[in-house]
Design a binder for this molecule. Structure first.
Ligand code: PEP
Ligand code: MG
Length: 838
C-alpha cells in the first residue's frame, strides 16, 4: 500500500513566494531571483526538499495535485536543485509530457522532423533514466524511422507502449530523480565535494521553451566574462533549432565569427536583449552569471542561470571589477577570492584547458609550472644554464651542494622528502616550481635517467613539464598561462592591507629574494638565513678554510676575507628594503654541511687547501655527527666558535652605517638561532654589544640595533620569560620547533608522513599545517611568558607555517605582531590575514 505524502507541496516561483535555499535548493532560489529581476523565465514550480525526500522514500505522488500544478497542454523540464550547486545532482530531463497527441500538434506547428526528433530524445531519456533500460538500445540519432524503432524497442523490453499520460510521465521522472539522489554512488560523489551526509535535494519543474520551430529558434548559453582570464568578453554557444546540449540542426555562432553566421548578426535585437539580461543579473545578483536561454520564434526565455565557473585569475579580476563598479563592497571582493588561489597567479601555470600526459605524481611543494630538459646533477644544471637551456633538476633528494644547480634550473623534482625538506624550502624561496616525495619515480643519477610507473624511462635531455601546483610531472611541453600580477591583483592586495591587523614579512636570503619581497610588498624581512650566502663558489672555499683553521688566529684570517663579502650582502639587502625592517639570523647549520662528502670532493678540497688528503679526510670525519640537527649548530657554534658571530655582527653593523649614509635609516635586527638557555643569549649578547661599540668607535658613527632570539627548541618556549629579558624580539622557528616537539626529523618524515596522515595518526603534516594543539601550545606559552617578562617584546613566527592561512589565523589569535614566510607566499598571507580580520 503506497502512502500519500502529507507534506506534498509544490510552490510556484513568483516574486513574492517564500523560497529558501535550505528548503528548495539553490536553483529554485536563483530562478526566483531571476523572476524578481523581471527576466523572462518560463513558469516554474519548485518541489521542496522534504517532498523530494518523501517521494524517494516511496510515498505516492498525488495525481490530482500534480495535474493541477502542471496542466498537460505544454511540455516541462525537471532539474535538480540541491542546496549547493557544487553537490551535483541527477541530470535534467527535458520535454516531459511528450506523447503522440503532442507529436501531432508539434508536427503542425514546427514540422515533422523537429517534432519527431524531440519525441525521440524524450523516449531515449525516459527509457534510460526512468525505466533504467540499456542506453545502447536507445542511442540512435534522429532520422527517418528512428522514432518508430525506439518505440518498438520500448514495447519489446517492457511489454507495454510508451506511457502517454503526461501526469504519469512527470510523476515517474520526479520519482527517478529523487531516488537517483539517494543512490550510494551519488552520495559518495557529493560527499567528496563537501556535502554533508544528510544533504537534501529540491527539484524544479519548468515549462519548456522549445527552441525549435519557425523563425529564429534555438538554445544556448551566454556569459560576459572569460572563465580563464576574467576579461570582459562574451562567450558561450548558440545552436539554432536545438534544445540543451543536443546536436544542433542549424549552426549559428553566438558572437560574430569568421567561420559562419552568428546570432549577434542574425538578430542584433535578441543579442542586445541577452546582454541587457546579463547586466541585470550582474547588478541584481551581484555576480557574473552564465545564462541558459532558449529562443522560440525570436522570443527569448531565460531558463536557468549559474555562477560563471572561473579560474583563480578570473576570480580576482571579477571580484575587483564588481567592487570597482560598486556592485559589491570591497570587503566582499576580498572574501570572494580564496587566498591560496593567489599563488597560482604568481607563476606560470599549465593551461587547465590543455591535455596532460601525467608521468608521475608527488607532493606539490612549490607552485607554478615550467618545462625543461631533465638533468641529474647540479653540475649538469649549471652547464645547461651556461648553454642557455632551460633544465629541470632531478635528485633523489637535495643537499646544500645542490643549491647552485637549483639556481640554474627552472624547476626541481625529488624522489624523497616532504614539504619542509631542503629542496622544498629552497625552491619556495626561489619561486621555482618544485615537486618532492615523488616516490612513483626512481632516480638513477649514475646513468642519468629516471623510471616512472609502468617502466617508462626518461633520460637526461628529455623534455618534461613540472606542475608544482598540482604535484604532477608531465611528459613533454605543456601549454602555459602567464603569471597574472596585473592591476586587479595589486588592487585586491592593497585592499587587503587596509584591513589586516597582523604584519606579513618575507624570509629572504639573497638580494633576489629581497627584491621579490619588495615586489610582493612584504612588511620587511623576517628571516635572512645567512648561511645560504656561503655556498657561492668563491665563498665556499674561504668558508672551508675557516672551518679547517687550526688556531683562532687562522680562523680570524679566513673570516676577515668573508667579512667584506658579508658586508656587501647585508648592504644590498638594506638598500633594497629601503628602511623596512630586516631581521638577520646568525649562522645556524652544522659546519660539516659545508664540507664535501665524496672522495672526489675531498681530493679537490685537499688541493684547494694545500693539505694532505688524509688530513682532510680525518678532519671531515671528526666534524661529522650522529645527529647533526641536534648537534653543534646554531647558538652552540656561537658559544664555542664565537669568531663567526663576531664577523657577522661586524658585517651587519658596517653595512648599517654605509646603507644609512645614503639611504633610509637602518635599524638591523639580529637573531640568535637554536637557543635553549638564557645564558647562551647573555654570552652572545655580550660579544655582539662589544662588536657594536668597537664599530661605532672605529667609524665614528652611531646606530641602534635590536637583538632577538629564535624560539625553536621546546625549552626556549618554556623559558621564554627569562630569555625575553635579553631579547627585544622572539621569533618562533616552527620548523625546528615542530621537529623537536614531535621528535620527528623534518628531513626524513616525508617517507612515512602520508601513511601517518592516511591512517589519521596526524590529521595533517605538522610541518605543513601548524599543530595548534602541541606546537601551538608551546607558542602560546612562549608568547605569554615572554610578554609577561617584557611587555613590548615583538613576537612572530618565521617557520614555513608563516605562509599558511590556517597557521596565520592561529598566530593572529595569539596576538603575534607578524608572520614571515617565503616571498612567493606573501600575497597569499596578505589576503588570508585580511580574511581573518573581516
Ligand atoms: C625554523 O626552524 O622554523 C626556521 C625558520 O629555521 P630553519 O628552517 O632555517 O631551520
Ligand atoms: Mg630552524
Amino acid at each position: 500500500m503506497q502512502k500519500h505524502v502529507d507534506t506534498m507541496e509544490f510552490i510556484e516561483l513568483t516574486p513574492g513566494a517564500e523560497v529558501k535555499t535550505t528548503r528548495h535548493g539553490w536553483r529554485a532560489k536563483c530562478l526566483q531571483r531571476l523572476i524578481r529581476l523581471e527576466l523572462p523565465v518560463p513558469r516554474t514550480v519548485a518541489l521542496p526538499c522534504d517532498t523530494v525526500r518523501a517521494i524517494a522514500a516511496g510515498h505516492a505522488i498525488d495525481r490530482d495535485h500534480l495535474s493541477e500544478a502542471f496542466p498537460s497542454d505544454f511540455l516541462v523540464s525537471v532539474r535538480s536543485s540541491p542546496e549547493n550547486p557544487e553537490w551535483g545532482g541527477p541530470g535534467t530531463v527535458l520535454n516531459v509530457g511528450m506523447n503522440d497527441s503532442m507529436l501531432a500538434r508539434l508536427t503542425e506547428s514546427h514540422g515533422a522532423e523537429a517534432a519527431e526528433a524531440l519525441y525521440l530524445r524524450f523516449v531515449q531519456n525516459y527509457a534510460t533514466h526512468v525505466d533504467r533500460l540499456d542506453p545502447d538500445m536507445f542511442a540512435e540519432e534522429p532520422g527517418p524511422g528512428a522514432l518508430e524503432r525506439a518505440m518498438a524497442t520500448y514495447r519489446q523490453e517492457l511489454d507495454e507502449g510508451f506511457p502517454q499520460d503526461p501526469v504519469h510521465q512527470l510523476a515517474q521522472v520526479l520519482r527517478s530523480m529523487a531516488r537517483a539522489w539517494e543512490g550510494t554512488t551519488a552520495r559518495l560523489l557529493r560527499e567528496a565535494k563537501g556535502a554533508p551526509a544528510d544533504a537534501v535535494l529540491g527539484l524544479v519543474v519548468q515549462q519548456m521553451a522549445l527552441g525549435i520551430g519557425p523563425g529564429l529558434s534555438g538554445s544556448g548559453t551566454i556569459q560576459f566574462v572569460d572563465s580563464v582570464t576574467g576579461a570582459q568578453q562574451i562567450t558561450g554557444r548558440f545552436r539554432g533549432q536545438s534544445q540543451g546540449r543536443k546536436r544542433a540542426v542549424e549552426t549559428l555562432y553566438l558572437t560574430r565569427d569568421p567561420r559562419g553566421a552568428s546570432l549577434e548578426e542574425a538578430s542584433p535585437e535578441t543579442f542586445a536583449k541577452l546582454q541587457e539580461f546579463g547586466d541585470r543579473c550582474r547588478i541584481g545578483l551581484r555576480e557574473e552569471m552564465q545564462l541558459e536561454f532558449a529562443i522560440e520564434n525570436s522570443d527569448v526565455a531565460v531558463i536557468d542561470a549559474v555562477r560563471v565557473v572561473r579560474s583563480s585569475r578570473a576570480a580576482v579580476r571579477v571580484a575587483v571589477r564588481l567592487a570597482e563598479q560598486e556592485i559589491i563592497p570591497r570587503e566582499d571582493a576580498l572574501l570572494r577570492v580564496e587566498p591560496r588561489a593567489l599563488s597560482e597567479l604568481l607563476h606560470y601555470q599549465v593551461d587547465p584547458r590543455a591535455p596532460r600526459d601525467v608521468l608521475a605524481r608527488g607532493i606539490a611543494a612549490s607552485p607554478g609550472a615550467a618545462t625543461g630538459k631533465l638533468v641529474f646533477s647540479a653540475a649538469a644544471a649549471q652547464a645547461a644554464a651556461a648553454r642557455d637551456e632551460r633544465c629541470i633538476l632531478v635528485r633523489r633528494e637535495t643537499s646544500p651542494e645542490d643549491i647552485r644547480g637549483m639556481h640554474a634550473s627552472v624547476a626541481v623534482l625529488t624522489e624523497r622528502g616532504g614539504i619542509t625538506s631542503h629542496a622544498a624550502v629552497i625552491a619556495r624561496g626561489l619561486g621555482l616550481p618544485c615537486i618532492v616525495g615523488c616516490s612513483e619515480i626512481q632516480v638513477n643519477s649514475r646513468d642519468r635517467s629516471l623510471t616512472g610507473p609502468k617502466g617508462r624511462v626518461f633520460r637526461e635531455g628529455d623534455l618534461v613539464t613540472l606542475d608544482g601546483s598540482s604535484g604532477e610531472v608531465l611528459v613533454g611541453e605543456a601549454a602555459m598561462l602567464e603569471p597574472a600580477l596585473d592591476e586587479g591583483f595589486q588592487t585586491l592586495l592593497h585592499w587587503a592591507d587596509t584591513v589586516r591587523d597582523i604584519g606579513i614579512r618575507a624570509n629572504a636570503d639573497t638580494p633576489d629574494d629581497a627584491r621579490t619581497a619588495r615586489m610582493f610588498e612584504a612588511d620587511g624581512i623576517g628571516l635572512c638565513r645567512t648561511e645560504h650566502m656561503f655556498f657561492d663558489e668563491d665563498r665556499l672555499t674561504v668558508m672551508r678554510e675557516m672551518i679547517f683553521a687550526d688556531t683562532p688566529n687562522d680562523r680570524r684570517v679566513a673570516l676577515e676575507r668573508l667579512l667584506p663579502m658579508q658586508r656587501e650582502d647585508f648592504k644590498a639587502l638594506f638598500d633594497i628594503m629601503a628602511g623596512q625592517p630586516v631581521c638577520i639570523r646568525l649562522f645556524d647549520p652544522p659546519l660539516h654541511e659545508f664540507l664535501p662528502h665524496g672522495r672526489e670532493g675531498m681530493r679537490e678540497l685537499a688541493e684547494a687547501l694545500d693539505r694532505p688528503l688524509s688530513e682532510v679526510t680525518r678532519r671531515v670525519e671528526a666534524l661529522s655527527e650522529f645527529n647533526p640537527m641536534l648537534g653543534m649548530r646554531g647558538v652552540r657554534l656561537g658559544v664555542t666558535v664565537p669568531e663567526i658571530y663576531d664577523m657577522q655582527a661586524r658585517a651587519i653593523f658596517e653595512a648599517t652605517i654605509e646603507a644609512s649614509e645614503n639611504g633610509a635609516q637602518v635599524v638591523p635586527e639580529i637573531m640568535i638561532p637554536l637557543v635553549s638557555a638564557q645564558r647562551e643569549v647573555e654570552i652572545v649578547k655580550t660579544r655582539i654589544d662589544a662588536v657594536a661599540s668597537a664599530v661605532k668607535n672605529e667609524r665614528k658613527a652611531d646606530f641602534t640595533y635590536r637583538l632577538g632570539v629564535m624560539v625553536e627548541t621546546p625549552r626556549a618556549a618554556l623559558r621564554a620569560g627569562e630569555i625575553a629579558e635579553h631579547a627585544a624580539f622572539l621569533s618562533f622557528g616552527t620548523n625546528d620547533l615542530t621537529q623537536m616537539t614531535y621528535g620527528l626529523s623534518r628531513d626524513d618524515a616525508g617517507r612515512f608522513m602520508s601513511t601517518y596522515v592516511n591512517q589519521g595518526v596526524y590529521s595533517e603534516d605538522p610541518f605543513h599545517i601548524l599543530d595548534v594543539e602541541g606546537v601551538g601550545e608551546l607558542l602560546l606559552i612562549g608568547a605569554s611568558r615572554g610578554r609577561a617578562a617584557r611587555p613590548n617584546v615583538t613576537i612572530s613566527v618565521c617557520g614555513e607555517h608563516g605562509g599558511n592561512p590556517e597557521s596565520i589565523a592561529f598566530c593572529r589569535a595569539a596576538g603575534m605582531d607578524y608572520v614571515s614566510c617565503s616571498p612567493f607566499r606573501v600575497p597569499v598571507a596578505r589576503l588570508a590575514a585580511a580574511h581573518f580580520a573581516l
